[in-house]
Design a binder for this molecule. Sequence first.
Ligand code: APR
Ligand code: ZN
Length: 251
Amino acid sequence: MIDLIQKNLEKSAIILKNAKHATAFTGAGISVESGIPPFRGDGGIWGKYDPKILELGYFLENPEESWIVIKEIFYEFFNVAKPNYAHLGLADLEKRGIIKAVITQNIDNLHQEAGSKNVIEFHGNSKILICTNCSHKEKVENVNLEKLPPKCPKCKSLMKPDFIFFGEGIPQIAYQKSIFETKNADVFLLTGTSGSVVPASYLPYDAKKNGAIIIEINPEKSAYTNEITDYFLKGKAAEITKLLIEKINLL
Ligand code: APR
Ligand code: ZN
């Protein structure tokens, strides 16, 4: 097993170093070592909270109840998280011209905080709130969350986090950019995603169809591992990314 990981690490390092257009695709698992739990699996958020508070219809009808939970999860608990080596490593690979874009399903802003520039947020961002009436956007740090639900400074209507709730569509620009980065990728690096939420989960299959080599970092097998993954790097995101970059540096 250890030999296989070493072999896969070496191969992956060579492939990334020679890549013309590598794209990273990340999920909740990349932020686990930053202290943010995943949604599913052991210790997952949906084991503790009822996901109905993020259903658009439920939220609009029960804004105060939903906001109390949203505040606890996303603005108290998540707020202290800092990028870990997996985020930093992807930012470093972008600086070196190896990775062209990070498509993330995460809403935690940690890729940007790590220094990644071309970050495509497939599901939006929790650090921004948007008015449900006039679409005015406001940084959450400028909004008083003591009194819930927060109201729009322009029109006094209900504000929601600017990430997509269940029942909402993918932001168009993020979607178009993701398709572009997927089509153009010769290497697709998956980190910490279970591959269970559509339509984001289709992107790696599209990349594979377009000829990309699929490298996957995950401590567990995902929906992709036996289907499309070429090189499976079994382990935690921060640890494996560090090993991978060490190997690239030796080339
Ligand atoms: N390093 C890397 N991967 C990890 C780690 C770790 N330390 N710990 C767990 N994982 C893996 C798990 O094995 C799993 O495959 O991360 C994955 C997390 O899966 P999900 O919780 O399903 O997260 P994700 O794939 O991002 O979910 C997609 O679901 O609820 C929605 O919108 C939400 O964006 C989210 C989407
Ligand atoms: Zn408004």
